[in-house]
Design a protein around this ligand. Structure first.
Ligand code: GDP
Ligand code: MG
Length: 177
């Protein structure tokens, strides 16, 4: 979906995937609106949010998609992935099961998107260091094995949230220009 309009405008579809309650919706609301919700329920309604940014003087529209909670039922549809040029695969550093699921999410991504899709592995809830269950090194190692970028974030205190999205968007831009 690298629709260049007049050579100066780009629209990139980015998807956020990962197990339920890892913080996908809060990463997106932090990125798009600088908001966080401690009691966020499964997302209702909004399918995506658009964030405009500037790279090399070009206007980039990042259309970031959030699941509507379908991941609980392993029912993220192919429409969700269609046309995605970037993906954030999110796990919760305090819950190992969500890290173990990353490979399954990658399989699903590979089924629906080609290998040029820019991928970022995101270990979220970095603020909960005291109950960490997955080390930084494990995250790094998996990312290296799978050819992903890697970052740890906190949607709660904002650490690295912008960076996570920006790195992916920059990579997509580098791939299409
Ligand atoms: P999703 O199901 O992956 O969309 O997860 P949500 O964004 O709905 O978040 C699930 C729960 O984790 C909510 O209670 C959030 O407040 C909480 N949460 C999300 N991100 C963070 C974070 O970075 N740090 C902490 N401590 N809690 C978070
Ligand atoms: Mg959600």
């Amino acid at each position: 979906m690298d629709e260049a309009v007049g050579g100066e405008e780009y629209l990139f579809k980015i998807v956020v995937i990962g197990d339920s309650a890892v913080g996908k919706s809060n990463l997106l609301s932090r990125f798009a609106r600088d908001e966080f919700d401690l009691h966020s329920k499964a997302t209702i309604g909004v399918e995506f949010q658009t964030q405009v940014m500037d790279i090399d003087g070009k206007e980039i529209k990042a259309q970031v998609w959030d699941t509507a909670g379908q991941e609980r039922f392993r029912a993220v549809t192919s429409a969700y992935y269609r046309g995605a040029v970037g993906a954030l695969i999110v796990y919760d550093i305090t819950r190992r099961s969500t890290f173990d699921s990353v490979k399954r999410w990658l399989d699903e991504l590979n089924t629906h998107c080609d290998t040029t899709t820019a991928r970022m592995l995101v270990g979220n809830k970095r603020d909960l260091e005291n109950i960490r269950d997955v080390s930084v090194d494990e995250g790094k190692r998996l990312a290296e094995e799978e050819g992903l970028f890697f970052i740890e974030t906190s949607a709660l205190d904002s650490t690295n949230v912008k960076e996570a999205f920006q790195i992916v968007i920059r990579e997509v831009y580098n791939n299409v220009r």
